[in-house]
Design a protein around this ligand. Sequence first.
Ligand SMILES: [Zn+2]
Length: 280
Amino acid sequence: MSNEPTIHRFPVDHEGAFVNAYLVETESGVVAVDSLLTVSESRVMRRGLAGLGKPLLAVLLTHSHPDHYGGLSELLAGEDVPVVAPQGVIDTIVRDDPLKEQILRPMFGDEWAAERRFPNTPIGDGESLEFDEAVFTVVDLGPSESPWDSPWILGRDERIVFLGDQVYDQRHCFLADGFWEEWLGNIEMLRARFSGEVLFLVGHGGPVGPDAFEWQRRYIETFLDAVGTADWSRPEQAHAAVVARMKHYLPSDELQFLMELSIEPVAAQLGLTAPGSPGT
Ligand SMILES: [Zn+2]
């Protein structure tokens, strides 16, 4: 018997993958961390689970965004297992899912699950769940990258952390929920807490090390400065100016649409324009 759980990342072919989820294989079962966004990728993840030949014991959610819970119904395939998250994540998903349906259905069509499953088992900050040799401890962050975020630490030695979207790995970021002050505070808290040889398994790209916190902080600050200094008397030029600035900071197209979806909502939250378009 191995005394370390095995972590499988999905999609297996990671090149250009939109979002990650994980299966943590223990001696007698499997614990999922998040699901994927699309129906077809979530089915592949379910087949990967079946291929392990062990029962699904639980699903743990890292935050409230739909790209990480939308595929739960395919992953669970009718099974009734605990889907665990802090109450704030559960409440946010239940509250926001009808709006996500309106936004994501036109974007993804049938790849956005017709019926979604929601987390059903609350857990408190700092509480742990134990499955064979795997101990998972939740960090209930509250609002951060999403309206409610909950990274999971694997192992008592805290060397592996499922960080959700607290840091993106050199991809453009979603800021439209507007909790950037809390997010920046959480980045500093997490950076101080996990300062050594820690592997961060993240929601997009990765894995990354502690250096990623500094990149993420500067991404957020650059974005806020770009939105804040744009000339919002000319909204289209302002949008283009923010995009140009962010692509100078990160010369990549990956997840650019998430950043672009954030520009007008953040401008509105900063009081630069009339409140308007909802993001995802
Ligand atoms: Zn995400």
